[in-house]
Ligand binder design. Structure first.
Ligand SMILES: [Cu+2]
Length: 231
């Protein structure tokens, strides 16, 4: 009997703590939606899973969480896998060479060019991405190898699912700048308002202007047709 009051006090303290924490965190909602690409008639359909949706705060940059600071993109069968990789600004992407021959990894992006050099099967080198934005990453030997790194300074980021649906959970209520990117379309930028009840969006990216064209090698020249390593 004598202990009962103290149990009540503990209970009140826990309730008070919860109210306090909720007050600090504020209300949150889920941003969900459906994205599609409007493509030219006859175009090979693009992978909707390569669409990246990012929410940037109006009051300045947020901090990307630890789980976005390290990523890995394999090089296998002369392809980068995955083709699109999200990383936090300041974070790094490792490029393990899983092919039985050498690959190079480079980017001539104005956001931060790099060249990891040529390296053999089983070796891994990593690049760091210090500015937000989309970096096109290539191999100097195999022209068909293409990787896009989307560097973000927010934890509120996701790729769309294969069917184009997406969800970003626990977004603090308020105004956000939403960026929707796919390699075939101009970036879609929209201001959205998140409320605790959540937001549902339907988006269409216009990819009708997309033309598949070859990129240059790391020297700014066309890839040669010879089989020799051009390094
Ligand atoms: Cu290669």
């Amino acid at each position: 009997m004598a202990r009962r009051p103290s149990v009540h006090i503990v209970g009140l303290c826990i309730v008070g703590l919860c109210i306090g924490v909720t007050g600090i965190l504020g209300a949150q909602g889920t941003v969900r939606g459906q994205v599609r690409l409007i493509e030219r008639a006859g175009a090979t359909p693009a992978a909707l899973g390569d669409v990246v949706i990012t929410l940037d705060g109006e009051s300045g940059p947020l901090r990307a969480p630890a789980w976005l600071q390290k990523a890995s993109v394999g090089m296998r069968l002369r392809e980068f896998e995955p083709r699109v990789q999200i990383v936090g600004v300041g974070g790094s992407v490792a490029y393990p060479n899983q092919d039985p021959f050498s690959h190079n990894v480079f980017s001539n992006s104005s956001l931060g060019a790099f060249d990891l050099g040529l390296y053999r099967s089983g070796k891994t080198r990593a690049a760091t991405f210090n500015a937000p934005g989309v970096y096109a990453v290539y191999c100097n030997i195999h022209a068909r190898m293409v990787n896009y790194v989307v560097a973000v300074r927010t934890p509120y980021v996701t790729r769309a699912r294969a069917d184009g649906s997406f969800a970003i959970e626990d977004v603090p209520a308020g105004t956000w700048t939403m960026r929707v990117w796919h390699e075939r379309a101009a970036e879609h930028v929209e201001t959205i308002r998140v409320i605790p009840e959540g937001v549902t969006l339907t988006l269409a990216l216009d990819a009708r202007g997309y033309v598949a064209k070859s990129h240059r090698n790391k020297f700014g020249q066309a890839y040669s047709a010879t089989r020799a390593d051009r390094y």
